[in-house]
Design a protein around this ligand. Structure first.
Ligand SMILES: *Cc1c(COP(=O)(O)O)cnc(C)c1O
Length: 338
């Protein structure tokens, strides 16, 4: 089972997104182990390409990444300063009054950033909280002030402009770098770029960055092939029955590897190059079965994620988003980097 990860494509996607926000620094979001692709390798490649600002979700992720990056790389922790967190060498993005006072008491003089809530109601200081500490926070010179858009993947959603207005109201006149946009916000245009942008999913080749270069190819070894006769079924609960003589290949990967069982019977295929081999029967824990009747020769591996079938398309079959497919991919794969 090999997850091929193209670091050149990740760098190219970072550069392409950075070029869409020419007035802003482009950071890179590498939380959840770089969306499952390996934060140390991904962040190192991006550092070499010029990225200096990285985002992780948790202090533990930041501590794991810290030794892999030179000291001029800033690693920002989106969950901020939680009780007991070890933030050595990291920059907490402070989300509440409680975090602000904890951090300024325990880490005076150390770098920090501020997150404001502009309508998503998930993380960040609300306008009244911000007003209460604004002067004190600005005097301590935060690295940047940020907020996050809830609906940036829907360009016409009125929440985008509403959040932009609130962000401006809360930060205009603060002499501090500002950051509002992830991948979706970068594509909304220059009003949303401010001083730093924070792409994640677009780096990894997925929507909403439709022009992204593909980054991931997932190749699964064929364990066995067999013939089935009309009337014979394949897999758990006998959900698929052959209507003619067919050849079936069984490959080594399943829902324990993040290949969601919900893609079963939705039209997904394994691919031999460009040739689709429809997945038949249920995806089980460690195995997938596909109809390879039309192949002249069955190769050693079949691809589940490849140019012919993006993980965004798999996400559609599963009724979810590419982010969930990617971050679910799990630890049994050999991750091979180009
Ligand atoms: C995950 C995240 C990002 C990156 O979002 P993408 O949609 O993957 O580009 C940026 N900012 C914050 C606060 C996030 O939580």
């Amino acid at each position: 089972m090999t997850l091929h990860i193209d670091l050149h494509a990740i760098v190219a996607n970072w550069k392409a997104l950075a070029a869409k926000a020419p007035g802003a620094r482009a950071a890179a979001v590498v939380k959840a182990d770089a969306y499952g692709l390996g934060a140390a390798r991904v962040a190192t490649a991006l550092y070499e390409a010029g990225t200096r600002d990285f985002f992780v979700a948790l202090a533990g992720e930041g501590r794991a990444l810290r030794p892999h990056l030179p000291t001029d790389a800033r690693i920002n922790v989106l969950s901020g300063h939680m009780e007991g967190a070890d933030l050595t060498g990291l920059v907490p993005v402070l989300n509440s009054l409680e975090q602000f006072f904890r951090d300024r008491t325990m880490r005076p003089g150390k770098p920090f950033a501020i997150q404001l809530d502009t309508g998503m109601n998930r993380l960040g200081l609300e306008p009244a909280d911000w007003a209460a500490i604004k002067a004190e926070a600005l005097a301590a010179k935060p690295d940047f002030i940020m907020s996050h858009l809830a609906c940036a993947d829907e360009p016409d959603h009125p929440a985008n402009a509403a959040q932009l207005t609130v962000f401006r109201q809360m930060t205009d006149g603060c002499d501090v770098p500002r950051s509002l946009s992830a991948t979706g916000g970068i594509l909304l245009g220059p009003d949303y770029h401010f001083d730093m942008v924070r792409p994640g999913i677009g780096l990894y080749g997925a929507l909403p960055f439709a022009d992204a270069q593909p980054v991931v190819r997932l190749s699964l070894p064929v364990i066995q092939t067999r013939s089935v006769q009309p009337g014979e079924f394949v897999g758990y609960s006998a959900t698929w029955t052959a209507d003619a003589p067919r050849r079936i290949a069984t490959v080594a990967a399943g829902y324990a590897d993040g290949i969601l069982r919900a893609i079963s019977s939705k039209g997904a295929s394994l691919y031999a190059g460009d040739a689709p081999c429809p997945i038949v029967g249920r995806v089980s824990m460690d195995l997938i079965t596909a109809d390879v009747t039309d192949l002249a020769q069955v190769p050693l591996t079949l691809d589940l994620i490849c140019p012919a079938q993006s993980f965004d398309r798999l996400a559609e079959y599963a009724g979810t988003i590419g982010y969930e497919i990617l971050t679910s991919l799990g630890h049994r794969y050999n991750r091979a980097y180009r």
